[in-house]
Ligand binder design. Structure first.
Ligand SMILES: [Zn+2]
Length: 367
């Protein structure tokens, strides 16, 4: 201190006219100046860092999003990336359009409208299921088409899903829209996938089955068959149920048809589908078709029986037609089977019979 005082005194004496700051500046020793500069710089750096950090903490990616519900905003920030957030802001998509689905596997914000629409129809499905349904089907059909299949076609989602994923059998084929109608036409290009109609077990008292197996048909097809049986017994003056006609097959499930088709592949290779329809493509899956026989006569000799001849003349009156005719082979792609009858409804059967054409010809001409 003593030396410093002396130094100041000395400087006052020998420095002429400079301002006081310069004096003071000069008074500070070199090391001290450097130290204060360093402190000052460090302070500025720290201050800037704190400011930036604070700004960052308070940066709100949803600042321009007009919907204020805090819960939704949290979820949006958690599940959506910047680009997706920019999208919901740009189009002002409200949280109630998509937040219920946001944590479901496969969620895609760009399909929010589809989720919303499907959920209004399929209200009993969970959000995760809605997302799955939309995401799995959207590459193949829009959501309106899916909804029509589910309601008007009475398909389950699993049926639609099976149609999409079972490329082996059904590549390029079309899923029939109104599969519950009696005039559905199935060929290699048209399928009902795994759809199962509402079925009724055929009464064996009214018409027996081959080997006593359980035969199922839709209720309308079964009732009309009973009428046919009553009348054939009367017409042929037979005391036997249905004049001795038996059924070897009614409804056949997709899985059973798959088995039959695989067997046909073993026997006929590439020609298998001529002998056995591909699963999804058989009229038997509609619950509308029956294969008639008499005590085990199922082959071509069936047509020589009087029961077969009665059927050829009269089955149409009960809504039944031979739909896999030999003459139709080029259209149906299926080997003619004169024991195969299919219920198409009373009106259509009468129309087609009156025109003197086959079901396949009618469909080709008028559908
Ligand atoms: Zn058949």
């Amino acid at each position: 201190m003593c030396r410093k005082k002396q130094h100041i005194k000395y400087m006052k004496h020998f420095t002429a006219g400079n301002d006081i700051i310069n004096h003071m500046d000069n008074l500070l020793p070199e090391t001290s100046r450097k130290k204060w500069t360093a402190v000052f710089v460090a302070f500025i750096v720290l201050f800037t860092a704190v400011c930036l950090g604070y700004m960052n903490l308070n940066y709100d990616s949803l600042a321009r999003y007009p919907f204020r519900d805090e819960n939704s905003r949290e979820l949006i920030k958690k599940y959506l990336n910047d680009e997706e957030i920019a999208y919901i802001i740009e189009y002002s998509i409200p949280p109630n359009m998509f937040v219920a689905y946001i944590d479901s596997p496969g969620f895609n914000i760009y399909h929010a409208a589809e989720y919303k629409k499907l959920s209004e129809q399929q209200w009993q499905k969970t959000p995760a299921m809605i997302v799955r349904m939309v995401e799995e089907t959207l590459p193949y059909m829009d959501v309106d088409t899916l909804m029509t299949y589910l309601i008007d076609g009475n398909y389950s989602f699993d049926d639609v899903d099976a149609y999409i994923s079972s490329g082996d059998y059904m590549q390029n084929s079309e899923l029939v829209m109104f599969a519950g109608e009696t005039d559905v036409f199935l060929d290699a290009a048209h399928t009902v996938s795994t759809r199962r109609p509402v079925l009724k077990t055929v009464d064996p008292e009214k018409i027996a089955s081959k080997d006593g197996k359980r035969i199922q048909l839709t209720e309308t097809a079964a009732n009309s068959l009973y009428n046919l049986c009553t009348d054939i017994s009367r017409g042929l003056e037979s005391s036997r149920a249905c004049a001795g006609l038996v059924i070897s097959d009614g409804y056949i499930s997709f899985d059973d048809q798959a088995e039959r088709y695989e067997d046909a592949v073993v026997s006929f290779g590439d020609n298998a589908r001529f002998y056995e329809p591909m699963p999804g493509h058989s009229e038997h899956q509609l619950g509308l078709a029956v294969d008639f026989g008499i005590s085990g006569i199922m082959d071509e000799s069936f047509e020589k029986t009087r029961q077969a001849q009665w059927l050829e003349s009269n089955a149409w009156k009960y809504g039944y037609l031979q739909t896999w005719n030999v003459s139709d082979e080029p259209v149906t792609g299926i080997k003619g089977q004169n024991w195969h009858y299919r219920y198409v409804g009373l009106t259509l059967a009468e129309t087609i019979h009156g025109m003197g054409i086959t079901f396949a010809e009618y469909i080709t001409r008028y559908n």
